[in-house]
Design a binder for this molecule. Sequence first.
Ligand code: ADP
Ligand code: MG
Length: 403
Amino acid sequence: SDFAPEVPPPIGRVLVFVNPHSGTGKALQVYKKQLDPRLTDANIDHELIVTKHSGHARDVVVERTDLATFNAIIIVSGDGLVFEVINGLLERPDGDFLLQKLAFGVVPSGSGNGLLASLCYARGLPQKQPLFTRNAIEHVTDSDAIAYGINLTHMQTDTKHFASFMSIGWGLLADIDIESERFRKVLGSQRFTFEAVLRIFGHLRTYQGRLSFLEAGPIESRPPAQFNVYSKTPLPDESCPSYHSRETSAASDSHSGCQNDQFWQGKHRKPEASIVSPLGEAVDSKWTVIEGEFLFVYVTSVTHISPGNMYAPSAKLSDDRIQLTYALKKDLPSRFALAKFLDAIESAKHLDFDFVKTVSVTSFRLEPDNAKPSSYIVVDGEIIDCKRIQGTVSDVHIHLMSK
Ligand code: ADP
Ligand code: MG
């Protein structure tokens, strides 16, 4: 009738994952007090999923048949949940399509939000709290929100293929990341520093293994794709391609986490990277091979490994290389130097230490000596259960929201 108020149609629809366990456990509160009201104000429809356990978000994105009806997936957590969601999508036969179609939004409430920190750094935005979270909420609910392309690293173990968006660690830095878990509730992101001190001046472990890598040639930076999130019209439910025929696909074995390696064919960023030999076969003669007693190996594809920690200043969001750093026990002058190295990460001066080697690579392979005590292999903050691992820079992108 003449008096019916005009209700404008929503500007979009998003799927929101909240990990109530992330960071110091405040994610649900961030959602309720800040994100939910903002979504309503911005007239964005949303569906909320509060994760019940590790792997829950992955199961949802593997099983849902209506993902193309959303403009974006918003993750209220740390990098770990982002990792789950991306790799869940890549397990699907239509994963490629969904990665191009869906934007990702991160509302930081974890103890590690390196991915968003890297995008904020690239966009000249602050990473200090409470602005970091507040801005993120503004950006993911802005009708003009833009999603920026960030390329993924193709990872391979003996049993599966998957993607990394941030880091691969083994040795000291990986152990700090994982074993600081026990201080999560009390210390939040301070847990990393605390664990580091305990480790260096307690029992300093070393790790035997072989590291191989293919050095990158001259830099080749392409402007990453970007799109306007809410002006993209989501597709009607029934038009999600190929997904309904998944019975016939290799990905129906969804719980193995084993992703069809055909997906990655032709998706490597450099031609020579596509001739990476399978694990178990020798690397090409162009590769460098180092065998020894390591303190750590750390590979990064973005600048930041957590807010305020710029581990790889020269990394670009979308380029043809990843940054490899490693340190051998034989090069370490003293434990004090190791402590100074860790302390210097915050001021991004850590790569000035002589015992730390830095190389830009297109591919790397890490083969711990499994007969000796080893460390966790940690990808994007998550433990990967494997005997060896290799990675290659790829042309597969996610699109992360910012302003
Ligand atoms: P943080 O930055 O605080 O570590 P993450 O997003 O990295 O936060 O999440 C840490 C881990 O919590 C991930 O491995 C994720 O799978 C797991 N997880 C997700 N939901 C839950 C839950 N409800 N309970 C326990 N763990 C969960
Ligand atoms: Mg984490």
